[in-house]
Ligand binder design. Structure first.
Ligand SMILES: [Zn+2]
Length: 394
């Protein structure tokens, strides 16, 4: 592992050890691209994942924020999946019950299309404010609109006057390179309101490095946390850590925290992960090469035998699968149940995104599912169309 000169964006430790690199990957996976030309000429950037031996944080040290775009044409919602909606609702109910969120003020940083904030507002009769440059007014019901205000902007210190009892931030921190700076901003914005609960949800990196989940490494995600590295960052930025959890088949990591009163509190059991993380990172390059070769061989051989292969899931994992494996020529279409993504094209590789019903005539031999958690849901959809392809999952 080569030592990098840049310091850790989380703990400011002086060393970052690079362990995985990809060149020329699309700098955005969720953007809607109208033509194949626009898709194949989409801007590219590099990934140089590096590990901080002091705090366990993993960062893409080649990340350039200028190359990313979060706008109205960013389409990332998972809200068309029953599996996801059921998880999301349970999560909102759990937060409401645990933190007594009834007739309170909730604030969401990076609220996307506002689904989670709407759930918190409706289920707990709360008032909400959400910040996201990619928000769309037409996705919010009238009943939610009475309770929730949306601001189409990135959250920053200029919004510190919006006080909340519950500050949440889901699937956003992983898009931010200066992580310590960001969490410190959140802490400063809360000021002296020491009973404010802060809830963050992000992808969990232990599984990614341990199992070589290469599909979960892509450009927009420049910051990767384990329970320990996330908790260490929050403590360093002036929070007490109340709870750490992994969920959604260990794909997500959540943290609940509260402003610290200055008394140091003992770490939670899950935080003790620096040794195991260090080992997984050391083993990652060799393990990952084996897994990538296996997938590449499987897809290319099937294509050579005349099999029709489609991917199911056109989001970031799908983009990463196609660009990391370089199997783009073996796959013609990518399926997505989100109607807002259908008809558009995959960045860099240019496959058209089609609705599930497209498969009735296309009759694929192999469907590669980008997230195993949706296997039952997708198999049911295929059965209902009278299709029985071979199913592969990541
Ligand atoms: Zn660090």
């Amino acid at each position: 592992m080569a030592g990098k000169k840049q310091s850790c964006p989380s703990c400011f430790g002086s060393r970052m050890d690079e362990f995985f690199a990809l060149q020329g990957v699309p700098t955005n996976s969720c953007i809607l691209l109208k033509t194949r030309d626009e898709a194949t000429s989409y801007p590219r950037g590099d990934i140089q994942l590096a590990f901080c031996p002091a705090c366990g944080f993993i960062s893409n040290m080649a990340f350039d924020p200028v190359l990313t775009e979060y706008s109205g044409r960013y389409e990332e919602t998972q809200g068309f999946s029953e599996t996801f909606n059921s998880f999301h609702r349970k999560l909102a109910e759990r937060m409401i019950a645990r933190h007594n969120l009834h007739r309170k003020n909730v604030l969401e940083i990076g609220c996307g299309k506002g689904e989670f904030l709407s759930l918190l507002a409706e289920l707990g009769e709360n008032q909400g404010i959400g910040f996201d440059p990619g928000y769309h007014e037409d996705r919010t019901s009238q009943s939610t609109a009475r309770r929730v205000t949306f601001v189409k902007d990135f959250y920053s210190e200029k919004y510190a006057s919006y006080k909340a009892d519950f500050v949440c931030c889901k699937m956003t921190l992983e898009h931010i390179h200066p992580t310590a700076q960001f969490i410190s901003t959140v802490r400063r914005a809360i000021g002296h309101r020491s009973d404010t609960i802060v809830f963050f949800q992000i992808p969990e990196v232990t599984r990614i490095v341990r199992d070589c989940a290469f599909e979960d490494i892509y450009y927009e995600h420049c910051s990767y946390f384990s329970p320990g590295s996330l908790a260490r960052l929050f403590r360093q930025c002036g929070f007490d850590v109340l709870n750490l959890d992994t969920e959604y088949s260990d794909q997500y990591l959540t943290i609940e925290a509260r402003p610290s009163d200055g008394t140091p509190r003992p770490p939670l059991v899950l935080e003790d992960d620096l040794d195991s993380l260090t080992r997984y990172v050391q083993e990652f390059p060799a393990k990952c090469a084996t897994i990538l070769n296996r997938w590449r061989g499987r897809i290319r051989e099937s294509h050579a035998r005349g099999k029709r292969i489609v991917l199911w899931g056109s989001g970031s994992k799908g983009v990463s699968f196609l660009t990391t494996l370089e199997v783009s020529n073996s796959i013609e279409y990518v399926v997505d149940i989100n109607p807002y993504r259908q008809g558009f094209f995959m960045p860099a590789t240019g496959q058209q995104i089609v609705p599930p019903t497209f498969l009735k005539n296309y009759r694929p031999d192999i469907v590669v599912i980008m997230n195993a958690i949706y296997r039952d849901e997708i198999t049911r959809d295929l059965d209902a169309m009278g299709l029985n392809p071979e199913i592969l999952t990541l």
